[in-house]
Design a protein around this ligand. Structure first.
Ligand code: UDP
Length: 317
């Protein structure tokens, strides 16, 4: 669906991996897009192709500090936060601040503008899950004082304050719980499994598997994810919705698939498993299917091939 009257959307974290795809999608749908990012993990290179578009504006700002927006905004997509384990371990306090103070500030902008608000939450709210696959009704198994707690608890707080603003101030809020997502434009050094494995495989250097590699994840291609977020944005659903690809595999299987698709000579090496690394993860997407009529379409093979192609191209620059 294309929006006829021009509405303005504020995307925090708009220069990040997922945020930059949302900026482009919403510009294409006819929105005016204000992209806000402090660039600690996001990058201008993700949005440089959008800067010349007349309905696009970039504001470098840390949303954990007061946000002064002069014009009326109709939608807010709050995607600002470090999101890779390596990044949130490097920026633990910024991660806690953006999830708490940042979400409070952005909800304040939503309230002042009577804007619809979409929070980027995460499968990490389920922690190291004891229920499998994870439905939205599961409350999670999170270690608040472990190294990952800075992200998990920040996002759990962000969900709680979002629901409080919905209940108290009647803000039209939505919460998307995003499971592992990948694709072109991921930072090669963001430390996550797919960018690490692709970069290592292209260079024929060792593929680093943390632990035995028997922990599982389920990987969703970026365009599938953003189409689900757009559908959610246009609904009246206030309860959290999982978005992700339910096809689950071990990290070892993922590494082998990357080696196959890159025709790499890389060998697998094992490194220490990070503390509190979830043993399993698979989204239950029944709610998204039922309420959004959404399901992912891109296979792992075809998504990985796209990512590999773009990583190779960027490596040549
Ligand atoms: N992982 C790995 N080698 C790497 C990077 C990650 O074995 O070079 C593992 C990591 O320990 C985790 C899984 O791959 O079990 C997914 O990690 P990622 O950082 O992509 O995201 P997470 O799902 O943990 O947030």
């Amino acid at each position: 669906m294309t929006i006829k009257t021009k509405k303005t959307v504020l995307i925090t974290g708009g220069a990040g991996f997922i945020g930059s795809y949302l900026c482009e999608l919403l510009l294409d749908k006819g929105f005016k897009v204000i992209c806000m990012d402090n660039l600690i993990t996001g990058s201008l290179s993700n949005i440089s192709h959008l800067l010349k578009r007349s309905n696009f504006e970039f504001i470098e700002h840390d949303v954990s500090k007061f946000i002064g927006i002069q014009e009326r905004v109709h939608y807010i997509l709050h995607f600002a936060s470090p999101a890779s384990p390596v990044d949130y371990l490097k920026f633990p306090i910024q991660t806690l601040k953006v999830g708490s103070l940042g979400t409070h500030n952005v909800l304040g902008v939503a309230k002042a503008n009577k804007a619809k608000f979409i929070l980027a939450s995460t499968s990490e709210v389920y922690g190291d899950p004891l229920i499998h696959p994870q439905p939205e009704t599961y409350w999670g198994n999170v270690n608040p004082v472990g190294p990952r707690g800075v992200y998990d608890e920040a996002k759990r707080f962000a969900e709680a304050i979002t629901m409080a603003y919905h209940r108290v101030h009647k803000i039209d809020t939505k919460i998307v719980r995003i499971f592992n997502t990948y694709g072109p434009k991921m930072r090669k050094d963001d430390g996550r499994a797919i960018p690490n494995f692709i970069s290592q495989a292209i260079k024929n250097s060792p593929i680093t598997i943390y632990g035995e590699g028997l922990q599982t994840r389920s990987f969703c291609y970026i365009t599938d994810l953003v189409s689900g977020i757009y559908k959610l944005m246009l609904t009246k659903i206030h309860d959290p919705v999982n978005l992700g690809n339910p096809k689950e595999m071990t990290i070892l299987e993922l590494a082998k698939e990357v080696i196959r698709l890159t025709k790499s000579k890389s060998k697998i090496v094992h490194k220490a498993l990070p503390q509190d690394d979830p043993k399993t993860r698979q989204p239950d997407i029944a709610r998204a299917k039922r309420l959004l009529n959404w399901k992912p379409n891109v296979s792992l093979r075809s998504g990985l091939l796209q990512a590999i192609k773009s990583f190779k191209k960027e490596g040549l620059r």
